[in-house]
Design a protein around this ligand. Sequence first.
Ligand code: MG
Length: 263
Amino acid sequence: MKVARFQHEGEISYGILDRAEEGDRVEVVELANDPLLGSYDTTGRRLRLDEVRLLAPVIPRSKVVCVGKNYADHVEEMKGVTGGDAPPEEPLLFLKPNTSVIGPGDAIVRPAISHRVEHEGELAVVIGALAKEVPVERALEVVYGFTCANDVTARDLQISDGQWARAKGFDTFCPLGPVIETDLDLADATIETRVNGEVRQRSSTAHLIHSVAAIVAHASQAFTLLPGDVILTGTPAGVGLLEPGDTVEVEIEGIGTLRNTVA
Ligand code: MG
């Protein structure tokens, strides 16, 4: 099931994507409430996708947890750049503030104090239940679904600050969307990042060093995870510069394409 959050005629609603009864057009079935918070009802209204503006499918209630260096080829390309030359034995965690989240179509704004803003296409996990110290065998039970994310990074500030809070935490530095897929097959989903149509990053969830279940379990050792919290699972090799006017896309097989421009 693909869950969307959208704006239509000034009102924000949740919906589920569905094929139209005739033709192969995709429509949005409007919901009466946020499905992430429990059971839901439809309002009976169906809207065409081109009638609505898709928003970030979730506004993280308290935090965006991120994992650094979780693909071997990215660990390799970061050697000598951000410190630590071997893949971390445990998931390396950091946080982005929920104020960094934007939706599909929104502009990534480069801060004037950075001259090296880079894309990092990532699989994002949306938490669906309160979780603390969840064992790895039960970790997927607290996952609601998955979406695409871009862990936008001011690489120059990440290097000069020596830690990552500011470089990863600017407003607009966490695009999420376009929808939450609740039934993603994690075994081998292709993840691709394109800038102006050119492929910059291409990998598969098969290459995650720490699995989604291991990451959720590990994060819940440190933080109480709340419904609507989001966990970014790391980026593969190929990170690179974003320039004003660029269009950056993160596409994950089975979810869709998250597209943003750079202001
Ligand atoms: Mg990242």
